[in-house]
Design a protein around this ligand. Structure first.
Ligand code: IFM
Length: 462
């Protein structure tokens, strides 16, 4: 279906709810898209290793080729620009630029990100770089990984190296993407790399991730970084399944572990006493000065929102069984919880400007006659953008919104079985085909830009 035939009637009122300087973007991460796992001097990452564990990845796949972004950079830059976005959020593969996690830098790896930064700059698109989107160099894991305090210092050195080489090109730097996922899925549940199962290790990893974030911010500022600096958290507001006391306790616990355990220390309150009491002997080792470092002020807080968390003391909540709408991940579609989450952040914490750094959905897309008609994804995006506008209307300083993801890619333990992209990738040919949602986004952003220009002209004339 050509872009003009899509249901666009609602674009103008929705676009009018956002100011001219609102940042619109699309997001990806290195391991999920780049491929070239053993090329150009790249070192092994924990995810390269984890993909080799039998049964770890649903379809037995790896990130060896992924979307072959490493070799298709120019085409992909063209795709990003064609959407009309103002920002592109990507991550650097640490083992591609520093294969041993310390010391020697890999020129070929750095040159790739230099081309990416320059290509974005030439197209007027802000580069939003994430330092850690989970692909830690395996050599550092062999030395204890994020559970070892030394990794904190290795990360700070890495951040400084990126600043030296790429800093001038960057609009924003994110230290970590979704530290909860690294800590809990990677070190407590063991379903993500590096596949460890220990609550005590997970708690220590969480602390080291937060500490390295604060120290990296200080080092980047000391090195003269002019980029906006922040962290990206995956936040699911927890709500009790029923009003019974046990479910309310479950919701409070989930909130402590998933939300307050990160936000309280980042905003100067330390770890909640209730969380430390609940962790007991599993609580992390915290050294003098750590909490002050973690609370280093940020320029923005990135929020990745996909769903709410409905807490139950008994059987886990199953939204599909309750007849609620879900994505192909089985995640409930609940835009209203995004508004509630943003309002809570605004109300309970002294947050800097908020940016929705990821929001999107996997659906069972089908490529038919060269088109993907993903009306469900358009509806998802439209409703979540409206929910973001609802929060803005109530006073939340929300400065941007980025779609996850630019294109279908390696969805971690689900391999290539889940498609989050607004651009379809045929994994046999690596051909990219913009889905209807990409055409919708382009039309929406064009409408927003046109209205912003018109508003600007009216203001100038007045
Ligand atoms: O694909 C991931 C991304 O890497 C981090 N946030 C959630 C996405 C969807 O699961």
């Amino acid at each position: 279906m050509p872009a003009h035939a899509l249901p666009h009637a609602d674009l103008a009122p929705l676009a009018a709810r956002f100011p001219a300087d609102f940042t619109w973007g699309v997001a990806t991460s290195a391991f999920q898209l780049e491929g070239g796992a053993r090329e150009g001097g790249k070192g092994e990452s924990v995810w390269d290793r984890f993909c080799r564990v039998p049964g770890a990845i649903a379809d037995g796949s790896t990130g060896d080729v992924a979307c072959d972004h490493l070799h298709r950079l120019d085409e992909d830059l063209g795709l990003i620009a064609s959407l009309g976005v103002g920002a592109y959020r990507f991550s650097v593969s640490w083992p591609r630029v520093q294969p041993h996690g310390r010391g020697v830098w890999n020129e070929k790896g750095l040159a790739f990100y230099e081309r990416l930064g320059d290509g974005l700059g030439a197209r007027g698109i802000q580069p939003w770089l994430t330092l850690n989107h989970w692909d830690l160099p395996q050599v550092l894991q062999d030395d204890g990984g994020w559970a070892a305090r030394d990794t904190v210092h290795r990360f700070v050195d890495y951040a400084q190296g990126i600043q030296r080489r790429l800093g001038d090109r960057l609009h924003a730097i994110t230290t970590h993407n979704e530290p909860w996922v690294v800590a809990v899925l990677g070190h407590e549940k063991g379903i993500f790399a590096p596949g460890i199962r220990s609550r005590a290790i997970a708690a220590q990893v969480q602390h080291h991730l937060l500490l390295s974030h604060g120290l990296a911010l200080q080092a980047l500022r000391a090195a003269g970084s002019r980029a906006r600096l922040g962290i990206v958290l995956n936040l699911s507001p927890s709500e009790p399944m029923t009003d019974c006391a046990a479910d309310r306790v479950a919701a409070r616990l989930a909130d402590l572990h998933g939300l307050r355990g990160y936000l309280d220390p980042l905003f100067g309150r330390g770890y909640p006493a209730e969380l430390l009491a609940e962790l007991g002997a599993d609580a992390p080792q915290v050294e003098p000065g750590d909490l002050q470092a973690i609370a280093t002020p940020m320029d923005y807080l990135g929020v990745n929102y996909y769903m709410r968390h409905v807490a139950s003391a008994g059987e886990p909540f199953d939204p599909a069984a309750q007849g609620l709408p879900v994505t192909d991940m089985g995640w409930e579609i609940c835009p209203a919880a995004l508004t509630r989450l943003l309002l809570r952040l605004h109300r309970d914490y002294p947050v800097p400007p908020l940016v929705i750094t990821e929001n999107g959905a996997a659906f069972r897309d089908a490529l038919v006659d060269g088109r993907v008609h993903d009306a469900d994804r358009i509806d998802y995006l439209r409703r979540h953008i409206a929910a973001a506008a609802d929060a803005r209307d109530q006073g939340v300083a929300l400065a941007g919104y980025m779609v996850w993801s630019l294109m279908d890619n390696f969805e971690w333990a689900s391999g290539y079985t889940k498609r989050f992209g607004i651009v379809h990738v045929d994994y046999a040919t690596l051909r990219r085909t913009p889905k209807d949602s990409a055409h919708w986004l382009r039309a929406f952003l064009a409408r927003h830009a046109a209205q912003s220009d018109a508003g600007e002209r009216t203001r100038c004339a007045a």
